[in-house]
Write a protein that binds this ligand. Structure first.
Ligand code: UDX
Length: 446
């Protein structure tokens, strides 16, 4: 009999995972504790913008015409426990308020609520990003609470999906990491992931702590790569070099690789910033803080680049933002997402607003979330409206829509034709040909 799957927590990770499991052919029951989310998902609607996810949900949510009917949602832990052979726990682990450590309360509460009802053999699979040592602690708690005893087992299977590519990354992962304590757990995970495994996806079997650390170290490596190139941008700014050319040249070395070497206003979002901070906090608790002190520098290079963008803009408008109009293209922390959590773009826009600039922001998908988070900023419904009368235009999230803008048309709407590219993603020649002064971070002025 085919395994039955449940997914607990239906945010970016859980909603995508649930839909992907249904797509792989499993019967899936998703759970969330927020009634509005359950209502939306039950109608096949997605509470966030993620390319392809709404379509995938509608293809499987029960009750939608033409769907496979394999995906349902509930708020009832007892129902989930009764239904599932494999339970994926996908709740978030945000940064604690005013601290570096991550908040484990959602994971702990989901695990406990589930464990109490586990009366039959099953595998509970943690997917959330957690501090090393959590899985061992949670496994002991499940053993204590679950009526099924040792038959209810834990595994840790970190998720590496990127926002904007969540569906693709979930259906075709570049590796599957299985932190397991028994052969049975490994066998069940191999059964769940049979399709990607048949396509050749590497399957790395580890113990619990290694599985937890794979995730935090991968994100730390990515953050390090971005801050490294941003540090080179700082040196280029001081010494007259061009960081884009530098990145292209070092990227040809296969050992370095060309990806994640785009200099600009740095990383943001719900993962990289909080994950490196939680990693440092955990290393501190373990007495291994020295091993990760470099991450403090990675974090501060990253935050410094936001300030550098503000400075560049201030210089461009003559030394003060007072009485100046600033057009901002981008609010989401990255393109193809409406996520504005710790968004470098909004942070820059907010700093300029605080310094007296009249800021108008436009983003293709992130407007509602941006308005909620920064209600005092000005907003426009199009790029053209955002730059109308602007003394300087800042390109802060590299949406395709912005690359396809007509520089001549946009220039006509501004007061000055000055563009600062905070993502090194626009074509300087194109903008300069249309009469713009184009400046980018880490690159010489023309
Ligand atoms: C990241 C990891 O990539 C993913 O594997 C993990 O599961 C979750 O965290 P995500 O947060 O979706 O994914 O974004 P990512 O594509 O990694 O980008 C993070 C940030 O870095 C963005 O703000 C992006 O604009 C910035 N970035 C990325 C750069 O500034 N330069 C680059 O070269 C690449």
């Amino acid at each position: 009999m085919a395994l039955k799957i449940t997914v607990i927590g239906t945010g970016y990770l859980g909603a995508t995972h649930a839909a992907a499991m249904a797509e792989l052919g499993f019967e899936v029951l998703g759970l969330d504790v927020v009634p509005e989310k359950i209502d939306m998902l039950g109608r096949g609607e997605v509470p966030m913008y993620e390319p392809g996810l709404a379509e995938l949900l509608r293809a499987h949510v029960a009750g939608i015409e033409g769907s496979s009917g394999r995906l349902r949602f509930t708020m009832d832990f007892a129902e989930v426990a009764e239904f599932g052979d494999v339970h994926f726990v996908c709740v978030n682990t945000p940064q604690k308020h005013g601290e570096y450590a991550c908040d484990m309360s959602y994971v702990d509460s989901a695990m406990e609520s589930l464990a109490k009802h586990l009366t039959r053999p099953c595998l509970v699979v943690g997917k959330s990003t957690v501090p090393v040592g959590s899985a061992e602690r949670i496994a002991a708690r499940i053993a204590e609470l679950a009526p099924a005893g040792a038959e209810a087992e834990l595994a840790w299977n970190p998720e590496f999906l990127r926002e904007g590519f969540a569906v693709q990354d979930t259906l075709h992962p570049d590796r599957i990491v299985a932190g397991v304590g028994s052969e049975r757990a490994e066998r069940l995970l191999r059964e769940v992931y049979a399709k990607p495994l048949a396509e050749g996806t590497p399957f790395v079997v580890t113990d619990f702590p290694t599985a937890e650390l794979v995730k935090t170290s991968a994100n730390s490596f990515l953050a390090t790569k971005i801050s490294f190139i941003n540090a080179m941008a700082e040196v280029c700014e001081a010494g007259g070099g061009d960081v884009a050319k530098l990145a292209e040249a070092i990227g040809h070395d296969e050992r370095i690789g060309s990806k994640f070497l785009r200099a600009g206003i740095g990383f943001g979002g719900g993962c990289l910033p909080k994950d490196i901070r939680a990693f440092m906090a955990r290393a501190g608790e373990l007495g291994a803080d020295q091993a990760l002190t470099f991450l403090r520098e990675i974090d501060s290079i990253n935050m410094r680049r936001r300030g550098a963008m503000v400075e560049m803009a201030r210089e461009a408008v003559g030394g003060t933002f007072l009485g100046k109009r600033v057009g901002v293209l981008g609010a989401a922390f990255k393109p193809d997402s409406d996520d504005v959590r710790d968004s470098p773009a909004l942070n820059v826009a907010g700093q300029i607003h605080l310094q007296g600039g009249q800021v108008t922001v436009y983003d293709p998908k992130g407007m509602d979330n941006a308005r909620r988070l920064f209600p005092t900023l000005g907003y426009a419904d199009s790029a053209l409206e955002a730059v109308r009368g602007a003394d300087v235009v800042l390109h802060l999230t590299e949406w395709r829509e912005f690359r396809e803008l007509d520089p001549a048309e946009l220039g006509g709407a501004t007061a000055s034709r000055v563009l600062l590219d905070g993502r090194n993603a626009l074509d300087p020649a194109l903008w300069r040909a249309a009469g713009w002064t184009y400046r980018a971070m880490g690159r010489p002025a023309a």
